[in-house]
Design a binder for this molecule. Structure first.
Ligand SMILES: Cc1cc2nc3c(=O)[nH]c(=O)nc-3n(C[C@H](O)[C@H](O)[C@H](O)COP(=O)(O)OP(=O)(O)OC[C@H]3O[C@@H](n4cnc5c(N)ncnc54)[C@H](O)[C@@H]3O)c2cc1C
Length: 425
């Protein structure tokens, strides 16, 4: 056992853990980051080999012109590519190619714009019982066909189904939102940002934390290989991992913390990514959606000349179906839908594709899904998850971002900074 205790141990080297560690290290604390994987980043994972520009296998966009991530990108000397996803949204009516909203039949266009309008009006409802988004939209008169569209455009983004998404938690997030609405990709990739941000931080990879003994004024953290002591620790592992009991707390966490951990749900999140010799979509394509299985498509190379990669991001029950198939079958299914979405029926996309991969976050041992949401009736769980315990346990990570946007990188970063401040940084 190390004789000199650390000031703070940080568990997890994702966005939240690195953010916490950065602040603590820069404030002069003696810290160590313990990370189970053989890489940093967690649910940020950039593939620099798939093609000649970075491909994001996890987080891809910066959501908001004021998101904390933007300042880091600038400080790192990196650059952003603006992506107007929703402004350029194309929708495909069943079995027809995708077209801009303006070219859709009037009734379908009115449904899509009306659903967005009711969604954005959520924060004006006060007080609103903690019902599901599906229940709220039904109350506004939308039928089950419209709800299928809302599932693709609203719930899929939140890695949830409409029936399982808490309106009260969405309202909390909309009111707390300070990031803005514009969206960006990082030209050099999220990986480049984290490489810069984590420079000179003490990080121990391949270190799975198993037990945390906590008591008055100190913690003892047990990994597969060693026992470490510190005055406190910051836990940033996904709430899905906490719920699985991968880390044992001795003594147990308080009952309301335990209940809060188990209130969250983390659904599957799956990307299908394809590379072609040249793009067969027009350069203005940013976001294509439809009501199939591979529902949401975008172009990771948008804003780069000639980039020929297209990807699909699906969550919750649809991702579960894609995950149940073997990789080839899932990838072929995606291409079948892409064929009609892009009206490319004359092209054999399977032959045209020169590289493809599926990334299923549900199979990832240290994430067990995409990002966490709260079901109706559980909106109070988020601040309880974030609450420190006993002056020695501190909690960060996207799910704890009760004063920002959970489910995002900037929410995770801010949660890490909050926890570092709680630890005296
Ligand atoms: C497919 C996908 C797409 C996304 N798209 C976007 C997007 O476009 N924009 C956006 O802003 N956000 C996006 N997100 C969400 C974003 O990635 C997360 O909100 C954010 O990265 C979470 O950071 P975190 O530090 O909270 O958690 P994580 O990144 O999960 O970090 C936690 C770390 O803890 C480690 N760990 C787990 N268990 C242990 C243990 N027992 N011992 C030691 N270490 C452990 C993990 O390995 C991991 O590195 C996406 C996520 C996914 C999965």
């Amino acid at each position: 056992m190390s004789t000199k205790p650390y000031d703070t141990l940080v568990i997890g080297a994702g966005a939240a853990g690195l953010a916490a560690a950065r602040k603590l290290h820069d404030s002069g604390q003696r810290i160590l980051i313990l990370e189970a994987r053989d890489r940093i980043g967690g649910r940020i994972w950039t593939d620099d080999k798939f093609t000649d520009f970075p491909i994001e296998l996890g987080a891809e966009f910066i959501h908001g012109e004021n998101a904390a991530t933007i300042d880091l990108v600038h400080a790192a000397g990196l650059t952003t590519i603006p992506v107007d996803r929703y402004g350029k949204l194309r929708w495909a009516p069943v079995s027809l190619p995708a077209v801009p909203l303006a070219e859709l039949p009037a009734e379908l266009r009115a449904t899509i714009t009306g659903l967005f309008m009711h969604y954005r009006a959520l924060p004006q409802h006060d007080p609103l019982p903690d019902i599901s988004l599906a229940q709220y939209l039904r109350g506004k008169g939308w039928d089950e066909e419209a709800l299928k569209i809302a599932d693709v455009l609203l719930a899929q983004t939140c890695c949830a189904t409409l029936e399982d998404l808490s309106c009260a938690d969405l309202i909390r997030e909309m009111r707390a939102d300070h990031a803005g609405k514009e969206e960006f990709r990082i030209r050099e990739g999220y990986g480049a940002l984290l490489k810069w941000y984590s420079r000179d931080l003490p990080i121990q990879l391949n270190t799975l934390v198993r037990d945390i003994h906590w008591g008055e004024g100190s913690v003892t953290v047990i990994t597969a290989n060693e026992t470490l002591r510190a005055r406190r620790c910051i836990i940033t592992v996904p709430v899905s991992i906490l719920a699985r009991g991968t880390i044992r707390f001795i003594p147990d966490l308080p009952e309301d913390k335990h209940d809060a951990i188990h209130a969250f749900r983390t659904e599957p999140a799956t990307k299908l990514i394809y590379r072609f010799r040249e793009p067969f979509w027009d350069a203005e394509t940013t976001f294509i959606c439809h009501n199939g299985l591979a529902t949401r498509w975008w172009t990771p190379g948008y804003g780069r000349d000639g980039a020929a990669v297209i990807g699909c991001f699906v969550t919750a029950d649809k991702a579960r179906i894609l995950d149940e198939q073997d990789e080839n079958r899932a990838l072929t299914w995606g291409l079948t839908e892409l064929n009609w979405l892009l009206d490319a029926r004359d092209t054999d996309l399977r032959k045209a594709s020169i590289g493809a991969r599926r990334v299923s976050w549900a199979f990832d041992a240290y994430a067990r899904g995409g990002y966490a949401h709260l079901p109706p009736g559980k909106a109070s769980a988020r601040p309880i998850l974030a609450r420190p315990e006993g002056g020695v346990l501190f909690f960060a990570g996207e799910a704890t971002a009760h004063d920002s946007n959970p489910q995002t990188v900037h929410g995770a970063l801010e949660s890490g900074w909050r926890a570092a401040a709680e630890c005296g940084a």
